[in-house]
Design a protein around this ligand. Structure first.
Ligand SMILES: Nc1ncnc2c1ncn2[C@@H]1O[C@H](COP(=O)(O)OP(=O)(O)OP(=O)(O)O)[C@@H](O)[C@H]1O
Ligand SMILES: [Mg+2]
Length: 256
């Protein structure tokens, strides 16, 4: 069974950067059966990984809907969607990438979503790890387009307002049908966990798993449009992500 690691949090907290560092950490640990999924309609996980997505699962979904009565002979809708999701897959030497693309339009696409989830589930079966860069919020999980999650990173910056959003997300996780194994609440772009956040977390009975430092190398690569996947081994943010994956039981302690 594959492990799904999903990264969520408010807009701009560092979801995409952290997702790219999770991919890098897994690659450094010698894991190569890896599918990276961009579940954010604003699409930038591809660039963070040094790729350019041209096919999107969301568009496939709409195309499949448009072609309800016109599917290739002998193909069920599930088979068609699995086939098209496979076509949208970007393959590299070390990992594969899939972009979800557009979110829901108006109208009820529940059936299509359900079918799409099966298509992605069957595609995911071929991998050991799924790393999902999520849009802000948990809509994808409540729509269940990404399936169950083994490790959910919920990111906050060091402001109390961002942390409060996190605590709301945590309440949501409880209510979701999506099964979540471990949840790691992490403060990003900060060397430590600010005292007001620790205090608020304690009030909510929530543990903060750690912090990812503000790493000038990450910022510099991002600002110059280079792949974050290529941070140096010395990157403090990469080290922190490795530590967190170790804490979550994803990476063996020896590799951290
Ligand atoms: N650990 C870090 N150290 C330094 N800069 C960082 C770090 N993490 C993220 N950043 C920077 O913060 C900015 C926002 O990061 P990112 O794009 O990953 O956030 P996001 O949560 O994915 O945003 P969005 O909600 O728009 O998708 C980027 O400029 C990125 O380079
Ligand atoms: Mg992003």
């Amino acid at each position: 069974m594959h492990k799904t690691i999903a990264i969520t949090g408010k807009g701009g907290v560092g979801k995409t950067a952290t997702s790219a560092l999770v991919v890098r950490a897994l690659l450094d640990a010698g894991e190569e059966s890896l599918l990276a999924i961009d579940a954010d309609p604003n699409l930038n996980f591809d660039a963070a990984l040094g790729l350019k997505a041209t096919e999107f699962v969301g568009c496939i979904r709409e195309e499949a809907l448009d072609r309800q009565d016109d599917l290739p002979a002998g193909m069920t809708k599930t088979e068609f969607l699995t086939y098209r999701a496979q076509e949208a897959l970007l393959e590299t030497d070390r990992f594969d990438f899939l972009a979800m693309g557009r979110p829901e339009g108006p109208g009820c696409y529940c059936y299509a979503n359900n079918v799409l989830r099966h298509a992605i589930d069957s595609l995911a079966k071929g991998y050991d790890y799924l790393v999902v860069d999520c849009e802000a919020g948990l809509e994808h999980f409540s729509r269940r387009t990404t399936g169950d999650i083994d490790v959910l990173f919920v990111l906050t910056d060091s402001s109390l307002r961002s942390a409060d959003t996190v605590f709301r997300v945590m309440d949501l996780v409880e209510d979701l049908k999506t099964h979540v194994g471990k949840t790691l609440v992490v403060v990003t772009r900060s060397d430590d966990i600010p005292a007001p956040i620790l205090q608020r977390a304690a009030e909510h009975n929530i543990e903060i798993a750690g912090a990812i430092p503000n790493d000038p190398e990450v910022r510099a690569l991002d600002d110059s449009g280079q792949a974050l996947l290529n941070v140096s081994d010395m990157s403090t943010a990469l080290q922190a992500v490795k530590g967190l994956l170790g804490k979550a039981g994803v990476l063996k302690a020896a590799l951290v």
